[in-house]
Structure formats: structure tokens, C-alpha cells
Design a protein around this ligand. Structure first.
Ligand SMILES: NC(=O)c1ccc[n+]([C@@H]2O[C@H](COP(=O)([O-])OP(=O)(O)OC[C@H]3O[C@@H](n4cnc5c(N)ncnc54)[C@H](O)[C@@H]3O)[C@@H](O)[C@H]2O)c1
Length: 301
């Protein structure tokens, strides 16, 4: 088994004052990483702030002989994101790993969702990941090395009642990941997504009897692997929870081809909908080019 370490590596973990992020920061630091422990320290709905949340994790890392600094900036503004990356540069001189993990909830059914509830969630999850990752990406490109982990959710990839704002933000991160993975490829920058299932303050009221079986530190090894040099994968999405680790993906079925030069009508779609949906022989494209490669032979036939 490969020994995974982070000696001479610098990692930023956002939202690392508690929950899942704290477990990532502790594990990375125990493997030699210098860690920026970022957390605004607010409530689960994003209100309030408490600088001690990040500092406590830093104290724990240092007490165990590790290397870490605290950051209390919010990921939800361009200035906050830049300050988080600058904290890494000032303290440790570079950034090798960004784990975008900070998150809040403002659940509401779609019909009742307010603009404020939409914006608060998009700002932290989706725009926050842009604000932290973009300045970090520029540094990584210069250095020819980087690892990103974005935290999505099965609430977005699969759907969950009452979470249109959260689900859209989380699925937006999959789009960000897919493009970043392509843009980072030639600079040895890998980018992947985690969909965790874990008992934290965010989920403890939702998981019922499952709660005791999905400890956060069962997600940690998957994220630490994705953040490591050992990870050569990019552009992928993984589910992790309760000790089960699995890949999630967008597949493309072979579909139904109407025929060269034919202009089908809605009735033709209805008549062939089963073949359009048939999953036999599906592919998992990793770029638009992959999809076009499936289409081109049909058009040229
Ligand atoms: N727990 C699960 O089962 C689960 C499932 C799917 C996705 N997630 C995602 O995992 C991530 C971690 O969540 P968690 O379950 O550990 O919950 P959590 O509430 O314990 O952790 C989220 C952390 O993010 C911090 N944070 C919030 N807004 C911030 C901001 N603007 N700037 C910096 N930090 C901020 C919070 O203070 C908190 O410490 C989130 O993105 C969440 O959406 C969790």
C-alpha cells in the first residue's frame, strides 16, 4: 500500500472549525501538511461568527506536533477568498491543496424560497469555492502542482426535498470541478468532488437511526486521498459515508439516432423514448470532445 504523506505540502481547508473539515485538517496535519484552518465560526445557517472555532483546531494540531495557522475570513466574498490564500502564502509560502468544504443551510421549499435564502447559500457554497480556488489556482499553475477537492452533496447530484438553493449550489460545484480539471491538466492540477454522508451539526436532525453509523472520520480517508500526490484521478465525483466509498458519474446512453438528414418530430421521440433512455452500453464522457466522438461517426455514416 502506498504511504500517503503531505511533507512540504501546504493545504487550505475551508470550514475546518468543526464537522467534516476539522477531521480533514487533523488528518492532513498528522501526515505532515502545513494547514490553513479556515472557519468563520458562525451557526449552521451562516449567521454570526466566532474566531475561536478555527483557533481551537489549530491549537489541537500544534499540541500534536503539527503545523497550522487559523483563518477567520469568510469564503463568501472575493476579499475573503483572497485573504485565505494570502494567509497560506504568508505563513507557508505556497498552496498545494484546497479542500472547499465550508457550508451552510437555508432549507425552504421552492415555492417559499426567498432571494436572501438563495443568495446566502450560493454565496458560501458556489461563489465561495470560486473565491478561494481562483487565487489558489493561479499559485498552483506557477508551481506546476495542485489538488482541489470540492464538496458537493447527494442533495444536488440526486436531489432532496426542500433544498433547491443548496442542491443547485452543490451541482454547480460539479460544473466548476469539471472545467477546472480540464484547465489544470497540463499543470499537474487534479480536481475532484466529494459527496459526503456524515453526522455533523448540519445533518444530525435528518439522519435518524443512520446517524450513529456515519461518523465524519469515515469520510476523511477519501478526501485525504483525493488531496494527495498519490491521486492521479481528476474530473471525478465520489460518494463517501459510513465506510462505503463509491464513484458517482454522469453517463451518456448510446441513444437513438434518427438517421442522417432526417428531421424527426416529437412523435418520433415518444416512439423511441425507451431506446433513448436504454442504459446498455453507456459511456462516461470526460469532456465535450468525448461526447462529440460518440456523435461524429453517426453523422458521418
Ligand atoms: N454532513 C453531511 O452528511 C454532508 C452531506 C453532504 C454535503 N455536506 C457538505 O460538507 C461540508 C461540511 O459540512 P458539515 O456537515 O461538516 O457541517 P458543519 O456545519 O459542521 O461544517 C461547515 C463549516 O463551514 C463553516 N462555514 C460556514 N460558512 C462559512 C464561510 N462563509 N466561511 C468560512 N467558513 C464557513 C462553518 O462555520 C462550519 O464550521 C459542507 O459543504 C456541507 O454542505 C455534508
Amino acid at each position: 500500500m502506498t504511504d500517503i504523506n503531505f511533507i512540504d505540502r501546504v493545504a487550505i481547508v475551508t470550514g475546518a472549525g468543526g464537522g467534516l473539515g476539522k477531521t480533514y485538517a487533523l488528518d492532513l496535519a498528522s501526515r505532515g501538511a502545513s494547514v490553513v484552518v479556515n472557519d468563520l465560526g458562525g451557526a449552521a445557517d451562516g449567521t454570526g461568527a466566532d474566531a475561536s472555532a478555527a483557533q481551537k483546531v489549530v491549537d489541537e494540531i500544534k499540541a500534536a506536533g503539527g503545523n497550522a495557522v487559523a483563518s477567520h475570513d469568510s469564503v463568501a466574498t472575493p476579499e475573503g477568498g483572497a485573504a485565505i490564500v494570502q494567509t497560506a502564502l504568508d505563513a507557508f509560502g505556497k498552496v498545494d491543496v484546497v479542500i472547499n468544504n465550508a457550508g451552510i443551510l437555508r432549507d425552504k421549499t421552492f415555492a417559499k424560497l426567498s432571494d436572501e435564502e438563495l443568495n446566502a447559500v450560493l454565496d458560501v457554497h458556489l461563489k465561495g469555492a470560486f473565491y478561494v480556488s481562483q487565487p489558489a489556482f493561479r499559485v498552483m499553475k506557477e508551481n506546476g502542482y495542485g489538488r482541489f477537492v470540492f464538496t458537493a452533496s447527494n442533495a444536488g447530484v440526486l436531489g432532496n426535498f426542500g433544498q433547491t438553493n443548496y442542491g443547485a449550489a452543490k451541482m454547480g460545484l460539479v460544473g466548476l470541478n469539471n472545467v477546472l480539471a480540464l484547465e489544470g491538466a497540463k499543470s499537474n492540477i487534479k480536481s475532484n468532488v466529494i459527496c459526503p454522508i456524515a453526522r455533523t451539526r448540519m445533518t444530525e436532525d435528518l439522519l435518524g437511526p443512520l446517524a450513529e453509523m456515519v461518523e465524519p472520520d469515515l469520510v476523511t480517508p477519501m478526501v485525504v486521498y483525493l488531496a494527495s500526490e498519490a491521486c492521479e484521478l481528476t474530473h471525478e465525483v465520489f460518494s463517501a459515508g459510513g465506510g462505503r466509498y463509491a464513484r458517482m458519474f454522469v453517463g451518456l446512453t448510446p441513444g437513438w439516432f434518427a438517421g442522417k438528414g432526417t428531421k424527426p418530430a416529437a412523435e418520433d421521440i415518444a416512439g423511441n423514448i425507451e431506446q433513448i433512455r436504454n442504459q446498455d452500453g453507456y459511456i462516461v464522457p470526460t469532456s465535450i470532445a468525448d461526447e462529440l466522438q460518440q456523435l461524429l461517426p453517426l453523422l458521418q455514416s
